[in-house]
Design a protein around this ligand. Sequence first.
Ligand SMILES: Nc1nc2c(ncn2[C@@H]2O[C@H](COP(=O)(O)OP(=O)(O)OP(=O)(O)O)[C@@H](O)[C@H]2O)c(=O)[nH]1
Ligand SMILES: [Mg+2]
Length: 204
Amino acid sequence: MKISSAEFVTSAVRKSDYPAGELPEVALAGRSNVGKSSLLNRLAVKKGLARTSKTPGRTRLINFFLINGVFRLVDLPGYGYAKVSAGERESWRKMVEGYLSTRENLKGVVLLVDSRHPPTSLDVQMYGWLKHRGIPVAVVATKADKLSRSKLLRSLKVVRETLALAEGETLVPFSAETGQGREELLEVIGRWAGILCKETVEQK
Ligand SMILES: Nc1nc2c(ncn2[C@@H]2O[C@H](COP(=O)(O)OP(=O)(O)OP(=O)(O)O)[C@@H](O)[C@H]2O)c(=O)[nH]1
Ligand SMILES: [Mg+2]
């Protein structure tokens, strides 16, 4: 799949704010600072499309981006940031769970984990929760440029083991710096987004 256009649509907290219509959506989930917004910018080849930051907790709302005019990528606020209050954590849970459990447009979730560390207990929980709900998941190990090849391979093994990924389940090493993993991930997202997306590419 090729991305020929990407534009911000809207930010939302609750269901009534989500964009109307039936376009398929693929959401980006993962802990705060893992690189969700950077991944989105790299996929879209648009640096400032989604705001990124060295400080965790940059993305506070559910942000919708229209891709090729035919599907949406949804940048979710991250979990696991220690410095938020219990109240903020609860509002995060309501916002993200609300989206993931009720959104009919949702076709799959890209779950990002940091390739430099084993998945956290919250990553394991999130993965289990998505699988339990029958939502298709592709796991992405981010910041792959920060590891040597051998360390990356070892780390991918740990990710597979910790999340108990089955043989055929997708795990893509990814770097927003170098673009590693971009094509492979776009293939998965394209498949989820469905036939409409292929048609756009074929027309070109
Ligand atoms: N070296 C390297 N740095 C990365 C990569 N992806 C993200 N970063 C850096 O990690 C930090 C966090 O990235 P974001 O994309 O803002 O993370 P996020 O998951 O959207 O974070 P929240 O919005 O807080 O949930 C930024 O300083 C990025 O530049 C990567 O692939 N390689
Ligand atoms: Mg973000």
